[in-house]
Design a protein around this ligand. Structure first.
Ligand code: ADP
Ligand code: MG
Length: 386
């Protein structure tokens, strides 16, 4: 789960990680009030969306007076902000963060992520902050320092020194950086984060180190432990079909292509997406209805796939294990009848009660195309959407 910058900065405050003073605003008037309460100029007005690159896209504006705040807020609120992370369709801006403008001497980069290869937590830092870190990583990887933390032993003083020296921090700033990195690491672990990123972390002309941007992603599997975080979920920032799917505990991810696919089991779903691509088509989604899905879940999954306007053909690929083929068939027939389905559906089904499942589909009177095997299924559905 992602949260907004202003929410991430609240968590930073809780962990005593320095951030600029500021507050969230939902209207131009609120933005003016927040700015007036900061007691100094300039202030910065920032679009709050779940994507980075806002600065380049025109979603971050400096203001030196109340008029300028109103102008900036009015311009950003309601705009469709397009950045390299939003895709060409952009994101509608509904809220702003209005904060103190800082005197930036240098923009640095700092992040914490789990590293699967080493099974450690890696802290990355770079003097080349503020800009596209992916670009830095690709062109000059030597500019990124990585410090690997054994999760059992935790963060040690030498990690902090390695990072502070690597960032070439002046002594006064390095002194403040040490507790900051400790608190950031604690936040990362205590909140089960999958990413904490500060880009830029700024060194001010007063030699303070402050988190100017804040990005936090939390592990969905651990959210049950963090009720306070659940309240921060912003459904406006999520794909409506994915929100709908999450209500039914379906693992659904919306994708660009036009072949809708319904599969049981995440591994089989990945393999199905691969074979769809191999057949020359593009999947419209990832959908794992789960091993123990009920007819009702299958029906909901089917309905969600069908409400995606891009879908021109559907591939149902089920290996009947715990989810028996007859249960699946009933769910499909139910959903197809209720939705008055228009798009062709190719079914590949194997496993428990497959004969019964095939009989239900055959007798349903629906126009379903059966496939001999997975390869045949992918070929047929690719043919349909071409
Ligand atoms: P994004 O990463 O989405 O572009 P940032 O929060 O990193 O958004 O802001 C982009 C740039 O705007 C920063 O690199 C910094 O130069 C400037 N900026 C952002 N907030 C402030 C602030 N409070 N004071 C001064 N400059 C800021
Ligand atoms: Mg940034």
């Amino acid at each position: 789960m992602k949260i907004h910058e202003y929410q991430a900065k609240e968590l930073f405050r809780k962990y005593r990680i320095p951030v600029p003073e500021g507050g969230v605003a939902f209207s131009v008037e609120e933005a003016r009030k927040v700015a007036a309460g900061l007691g100094g100029w300039p202030v910065v007005v920032k679009a709050q969306i779940h994507a980075g690159g806002r600065g380049k896209g025109g979603g971050v504006k400096l203001a030196r007076s109340e008029e300028e705040v109103q102008q900036a807020a009015g311009g950003i609120l309601g705009m469709t902000l397009v950045t390299h992370q939003t895709g060409p369709e952009g994101r509608l801006v509904r809220k702003l963060l209005v904060e103190q403008g800082l005197n930036i001497a240098k923009e640095l980069y700092l992040s914490i992520v789990p590293d699967r290869a080493t099974a450690k937590i890696v802290i990355m830092a770079s003097e080349a902050g503020g800009m596209d870190i992916e670009e830095v990583a690709a062109r000059s990887p030597e500019k990124i320092i990585k410090s690997f933390v054994n999760p059992l032993l935790g963060l040690q003083a030498f990690h902090c020194r390695q990072l502070a020296f690597g960032l070439n921090l002046p002594p006064a700033a390095a002194k403040n950086f040490m507790p900051m990195i400790q608190n950031l690491y604690r936040l990362f672990v205590e909140y089960d984060c999958s990413l904490v990123e500060i880009n830029p972390l700024v060194l001010t002309t007063e030699e303070a180190v402050i988190a100017l941007d804040a990005k936090i992603t939390l592990d969905d599997n651990a959210l049950f432990r963090h009720k306070d975080i659940l309240e921060l979920r912003d459904l406006d920032e999520e794909n409506p079909l994915e929100v709908e799917a999450s209500k039914y505990n379906l693992n659904y991810i919306n994708l660009e292509g036009n072949v809708g696919n319904m599969v049981n089991g995440a591994g089989l779903a990945m393999a199905t997406m691969d074979i769809i691509k191999h057949a020359g088509a593009e999947p419209a989604n990832f959908l794992d209805v789960g091993g123990g899905a009920s007819a009702e879940m299958v029906e909901n999954g089917f309905r969600i796939i069908l409400s995606d306007k891009n879908v021109k053909g559907i591939l149902i690929n089920i290996f009947g294990g715990i989810l028996r083929c007859d249960t699946l068939a009933r769910g499909v027939v139910e959903a197809a009848t209720k939705t008055g389905i228009q798009v062709p559906v190719v079914v590949r089904m194997e496993g428990t009660n497959v004969e019964e499942g095939r009989r239900i589909l055959a007798e349903s009177g629906l126009n379903l195309i059966t496939a001999a095997d997975l390869k045949d299924a992918a070929r047929k559905v690719a043919e349909i959407v071409k």
